[in-house]
Unconditional design. Sequence first.
Length: 300
Amino acid sequence: MQSRHLALFALLAAPATGFSPVAPAKAHASMVRAPLLRPATVARGVTAAKPAQMVAGGIGARVVQGATQGAVGAVVAAALSAFTEPVVNRILVQRISVMQSIKEMDVEKSKQFFKTTLTTNFLKFPLFEALNAAMMVLPAPDAFKGAITGLVFTTATLPITNYRFCKSMDMEVNKAALFKAYLPTVGRDIVYGISRNKLNTAMRAAFPALLLSSPGRAALLFPVVCGACIISSPGNELRGYYLQPKEKRLGMKAFFKPVNYARSTFAGALIMAISLSIGAAVTGPLQVMLSALKALALGA
């Protein structure tokens, strides 16, 4: 599931299987929507800030904040995914049980795979979080913003997602593999983006008090990401079907079993939600620390 969302995650994020992901509604970046910009009331002769400049500044700040949160989430998800993603991917594509997939886990290979998860997460997570943060400022419906986020993100990162998937499954990496399952992946990530924005809006309205603290925003982010991963999971299953090696591909009836669907979906959703929630909780204190260090450096 990491491609997205994982992937995740989302990472990310999305798990390399796909929850890019992804796999990819951010605590700091998008849990608190920017207030609507209104013309400032100023005395005659004083020039007010231009709305366009104010919007640009708001977008820039949110992009930086979203990218920071995504980077922190990328490290957390990489550590989780190095060991869990191969397990989840085997369940998704090979349709084996959780216990069987765990038994096939190789600790040494997972340590090596960590290098791949960390590198790809640093490319994918900040990009998705920054893109989604920028879209949240625009005066457009949640569905439109989520769709654009999913489309742009998936199109830009599909080769990275598929490269990571191949590495986690010890499969050959070639040109065909890097662009495999584009339509199921982009469909999944569009649904993920729309769902995440709508769930974000609903959670903000239902629990406004939690938005006042970093831990509260992180707590709100967990169900948003987890719910978006689950809602978009049918696309993830379809992606898994097309990622099967042709010589070992199961038929539709044999592949789409509810028990396997539940296993891969909930594992990927939890990994993505945990990683981004931790990233959201750490972002606030991290930004304060960086600001303090910058102030000390300038003062020196």
